[in-house]
Design a protein around this ligand. Structure first.
Ligand code: GDP
Length: 419
């Protein structure tokens, strides 16, 4: 598997509770081959919800991070809680991820918690793509949700797909596929295949007029984002799909727009194109700006670290999970490399820590025991050995020190309450 930083995606899925975040996660793990069966929220068999308390309450409390592969991409998926009581948990995830998938239910549309998580993502400048889920449900309304995102969230979603049919299988015109507006093809889903089988077919004749109007709207947005595309349009030349994708990617990274895809996660339909969109549009760690911090004990100083292996090591502890074999410290590495059997510094406590073991938690069972020697800039790993650091602390090179801003939970919760 390629280990290039450009192919790495640190993502989270954020949503109002019940929009389908856990179901989307399960489908991603299944379709990527990381899991051989689909966990069902309703049966209490999901991997990300592996805490008994979570299963009992049917809501995701803790943020675990799993790694899986999709095509050329290595994806670190941070599971973010969707319940209003865990706003601080969402904040801590947003701090360490690079991009997010925002899931909306096609029936319920923009809900109270969607507004909260959207604003949190705004605060942390997180680029995002939108997934309109539950298109197979009675009363699903794709356009209504799309029209809510602009005014209610101040978003600019750009559909790169539109649904073919809406509602459950037993109805006359059920949801059965999407039209890819970039390639101008229909992707037909086979619900019996749990989302694995996607056939690319010609756009049905009766959908062509609609598809053409949506594509024109897409191209209008692309012209605003890309002078090159605009130039081609003025010369009445076709804009190649690669140029459309590059413009949308740039628009997404700069947070001007949110590419939008849709489907029905329960049946796996639309989740493969969603994974493609994660790779195509969300940033790699290298696309994110350098992190800023201070020289320890010099509050007026300002230094930064670029997302490169050549920089001195720095990272942030974003989660500590107690374990019998040694507490698990989850660390986002911003620069340099973290090596097994090395020592790192915790500047705000002036303590040194031992990196006794380094782990990456792969979603697939066969890779679960993923102990490794070193982890590079941009990646996320689990460390056993530290004793002093707490959540929100910086860990860094013992000589070349930097202290990053901590995760301020009290402030996060307070500001959400005020909003
Ligand atoms: P979360 O709270 O956002 O994690 O949402 P869940 O993934 O737990 O889903 C909430 C409920 O919606 C569960 O009963 C799911 O089975 C159901 N659900 C999720 N996605 C879909 C979908 O695409 N179609 C339908 N019909 N139900 C879905």
């Amino acid at each position: 598997m390629p280990s290039d930083i450009a192919n790495l995606r640190n993502i989270g899925i954020i949503a109002h509770i019940d929009a389908g975040k856990t179901t989307v996660t399960e489908r991603m793990l299944y379709l990527s081959g990381a899991k051989h069966r689909v966990g069902r929220v309703d049966h209490g068999t999901t991997d990300t919800d592996d805490d008994p308390e979570e299963q009992e309450r049917g809501i995701t409390i803790f943020s675990a991070c799993v790694k899986f592969h999709w095509g050329d991409y290595n994806i670190n998926l941070l599971d973010t809680p969707g319940h209003v009581d865990f706003t601080a948990e969402v904040e801590r995830c947003l701090r360490v991820l690079d991009g997010a998938v925002v899931v909306f239910s096609a029936r319920e549309g923009v809900e109270a918690q969607s507004e909260t998580v959207w604003r949190q993502a705004d605060r942390y400048d997180v680029p995002r793509i939108v997934f309109i889920n539950k298109l197979d449900r009675e009363g699903a309304n794709f356009e209504k949700v799309l029209q809510q995102i602009g005014p209610r969230l101040n978003g600019k979603p750009i559909p790169i797909q539109i649904p073919v049919g809406l509602g459950p299988a037993h109805t006359s015109d059920p949801f059965r596929g999407v039209i890819d507006l970039i390639e101008m093809k229909m992707l037909e889903f086979d619900p019996e295949s749990e989302g694995k089988k996607v056939s690319t077919v010609e756009i049905p004749e009766d959908q062509m007029d609609d598809a053409t109007i949506w594509r024109e709207q897409l191209l209008e947005s692309v012209y605003e984002l890309s002078e090159e595309a605009m130039q081609l349009a003025m010369e009445e030349k076709p804009v190649p799909p690669e140029m459309i994708r590059a413009a949308l990617r740039q628009g997404c990274l700069t947070r001007q727009i949110q590419p939008l895809v849709c489907g029905s996660a329960l049946h796996g339909m639309g989740v493969q194109p969603l994974l493609d969109a994660v790779g195509n549009y969300l940033p790699s760690p290298a696309d994110r700006p350098p992190v800023k911090g201070i020289i320890p004990n010099k509050p007026d100083s300002e230094i930064e670290r670029a997302p490169s292996e050549k920089e001195p090591f720095c990272g942030l502890v974003f989660k500590i999970l107690p374990a019998k074999t040694g507490d698990n410290y989850w660390i986002r590495i911003y620069s340099g490399q973290l090596k097994q059997n090395s020592r790192v510094h915790v500047p705000n406590r002036d303590k040194k820590e031992n990196i006794a073991q380094l782990w990456q938690i792969h979603a697939s069972k066969k890779e679960r025991d993923g102990q490794i020697d070193q982890v590079n800039a941009g990646d996320i790993c689990c460390v056993i050995g530290p004793r002093w650091a707490i959540t929100g602390d910086t860990v860094c090179d013992t000589r070349d020190q930097i202290e990053l801003p901590s995760i301020k939970f009290a402030e996060a919760v307070l500001s959400m309450a005020i909003e």
